[in-house]
Design a protein around this ligand. Structure first.
Ligand code: HEC
Ligand code: HEC
Ligand code: HEC
Ligand code: HEC
Ligand code: HEC
Length: 476
């Protein structure tokens, strides 16, 4: 059986090259015409084409530049009928997902500028593997939860006891008012814990009981949420590619509330996917932006991955979702470094670890603006005040107290790497993740009381004198 998911090829590089070429072409073609110069007109036009992968596809519709809709009724090659000249942009999107069987298709390598050649590598992958969480029990503090879930491929149930995932992991995070902690348990793959049994294997229904180490914390109250992440491999046909599920999420009651309260929803997968077919972090395994917040919570700093040198002071940055994603896309417009340790973590022989300089990213593609909040946000979710009781974002400042003369390596040993937390209140964290100048931090600190109440909405709420709509684009 072949199972397909979705993945992204090196689109940003392709985009970058395409836009560089477009800039060159524009530069040459203008003939000194001043502003508003158009590329030299040419009668040559080029095709936009690509391929669709999936077991079977029926009823898939694609558009280019929101027009020229074509129906694709089989996996394989497709081409748009409208041809485009050099300098024109193309943007391929799924306008209707396959109807029989129901699948979700995603596009990659799907946008750019025509630069003297046919576009042949638009990639459409139709995901066939679906997980749904049917229920969860045993969720009081101290109990080990039992989660019931359903697996299907192209609408057909899958028996994962005979066709296992390469990796299937359950994550529990809480409380849903603002995630503060998370725990994980491996259901399938290497390092399995807990117990997986079939409820009805032919129907694709299974029960997983968490291990004792995965018990709900004794101090937990309110609602928590469970999410699943998993992928399969098809090493023969697609070496190196992990076909990942979109994480299903289910909120549940721990104690003290009568019904499960879901966490607030701030951004929309579809908006991220308009540029990213798959986010490359975590090898593309984590799909579904609501799931990211399970771990990228306000308490999460980059503590385990940050560089560890003797005799050094280093700040492990906040990995809170709003800080991380705002900063990544602000990119080169940041005034201070945002260097994050990736995987693998630092070791004795490599105290640097795997630093990733997100501040050097070119951020949004030309034509888009990171100040256009609605590009990622659901309407209104960028506005302040925020929900009550949100947590402060945390960074950790590490000071190494190891005497460098005690050993011959440069690595700061455990026990000598002492961290103190730096907390930033939630509104300030959101605004200063893009506006990172020290004078802005000073302005925000001045506008926060000693009891940590932020006065920002008085001036910056939508409709106030200096409301965010005055400075940012809140409509598309
Ligand atoms: C307007 C286009 C656009 C939108 C919308 C967008 N991004 Fe990005 N994103 C980019 C570009 C461009 C880069 C930097 C280029 C690269 O990937 O190397 C990037 C980089 C990233 C990265 C780091 C590289 C990687 O792939 O892991 C992450 C993570 C990311 N974006 C997450 C998101 C999330 C989450 C959303 C939605 C909340 C989102 N992006 C919305 C264009 C966009
Ligand atoms: C199960 C927990 C978990 C989930 C879910 C998760 N992350 Fe992460 N992420 C981490 C950890 C742990 C690190 C390592 C750095 C650290 O310790 O802070 C990390 C690192 C990163 C990094 C920086 C390093 C790198 O490898 O690029 C990015 C970017 C990132 N995550 C984006 C995302 C996005 C986007 C999502 C959702 C699509 C997501 N993460 C979901 C736990 C998670
Ligand atoms: C590249 C995508 C992207 C853009 C553009 C963007 N944001 Fe965000 N924003 C996010 C993500 C992701 C989060 C965290 C979502 C979550 O926690 O579920 C977030 C969170 C926030 C929050 C906290 C909301 C909450 O309830 O916790 C505020 C406030 C915010 N953004 C303001 C803005 C403003 C103002 C703009 C425009 C100037 C903006 N954002 C532009 C991605 C983006
Ligand atoms: C996702 C990034 C992002 C976030 C988050 C964001 N801004 Fe901005 N903001 C911008 C951009 C881009 C501009 C346009 C000027 C520029 O490029 O710096 C801008 C401009 C402004 C300006 C005009 C003055 C200036 O510095 O140019 C104000 C005031 C402002 N923002 C306030 C806020 C406040 C208050 C928040 C939090 C509620 C916020 N911003 C959150 C990106 C952001
Ligand atoms: C008494 C009104 C007032 C309050 C309260 C206030 N600000 Fe501002 N803020 C301003 C004005 C005025 C500007 C400058 C606007 C301009 O450039 O036109 C500004 C600018 C900013 C900017 C843009 C970056 C910069 O430095 O130019 C950010 C970000 C910002 N404020 C964040 C905050 C945050 C976070 C809070 C709460 C902790 C806050 N502000 C409270 C009035 C206020």
């Amino acid at each position: 059986m072949k199972i397909f998911g979705n993945y992204r090829k090196s689109k940003p590089i392709a985009l970058l090259i395409a836009s560089l070429l477009a800039a060159l072409v524009t530069g040459c073609g203008g003939g000194g015409g001043g502003s508003g110069t158009v590329p030299a007109t040419s009668t040559t036009t080029y095709t936009v084409s690509g391929s669709v992968s999936g077991i079977s596809v029926s009823g898939l519709k694609l558009t280019n530049n929101a027009a020229n809709e074509i129906t694709v009724n089989a996996a394989g090659a497709f081409a748009f009928t409208t041809h485009l000249a050099t300098g024109k942009t193309y943007n391929v999107q799924v306008s209707q997902n396959p109807t029989a069987p129901v699948q979700t298709c995603t596009v990659s390598n799907n946008a750019g500028t025509i630069a003297g050649a046919n576009i042949t590598d638009v990639n459409v992958v139709c995901s066939v593997l679906t997980l749904t969480i049917q229920g969860i029990s045993n969720t009081a503090p101290g109990q080990t939860p039992i989660v019931t879930f359903h697996v299907s491929s192209n609408g057909v149930p899958v028996n994962i006891l005979t066709t296992p995932f390469a990796s299937l992991i359950a994550t529990i995070a809480g409380p849903t008012t603002d995630y503060a902690t998370y725990l994980q348990a491996k259901i399938q793959g290497s390092g399995v814990v807990g117990t997986l049994i079939a409820v009805d294997a032919p129907a694709g229904v299974f029960n997983y009981t968490f291990p004792v180490t995965g018990a709900i914390p004794l101090t937990a109250t309110g609602s928590y949420a469970i999410g699943l992440e998993g992928y399969v491999l098809d090493a023969a046909a697609y070496p190196g590619i992990r076909f990942s599920i979109v994480s299903p999420i289910l909120p549940f009651v721990v104690t003290g509330v009568s019904s499960a309260a879901p966490r607030r929803v701030v951004v929309d997968d579809a908006k991220c996917n308009a540029c990213h077919a798959t986010i490359t972090a975590h090898n593309g395994v984590n799909r579904g932006v609501q799931y990211c917040a399970f771990c990228h919570n306000p308490n999460k700093s980059n503590d385990t991955q940050v560089a560890r040198f003797e005799n050094a002071i280093i700040v492990a940055q906040s990995m809170d979702m709003k800080v991380l994603i705002h900063k990544i896309h602000r990119g080169t417009a940041l005034t201070q470094p945002y260097i994050v340790g990736g995987t693998p973590a630092p070791t004795l022989t490599n105290p640097s670890g795997t630093p990733i300089d997100f501040g050097s990213m070119t951020g949004f593609p030309a034509g888009s603006n990171v100040g256009a909040c609605i590009t990622c946000h659901l309407p209104g979710t960028y506005d302040i005040p925020l929900a009550q009781g949100l947590l402060a974002s945390t960074a950790t400042k590490f000071t190494c107290i190891e005497d460098p003369l005690l050993d011959t390596d440069l690595y700061c040993n455990t026990g000598s790497f002492n961290g103190t937390t730096i907390q930033t209140q939630p509104i300030t964290a959101a605004c200063t993740s893009c506006h990172d100048a020290s004078y802005t931090a000073a302005h925000a600190a001045t506008m926060t009381t000693t009891t940590l109440v932020e006065s920002c909405p008085t001036c910056h709420a939508v409709g106030a004198t200096n409301g965010i709509e005055v400075y940012h684009t809140l409509t598309p």
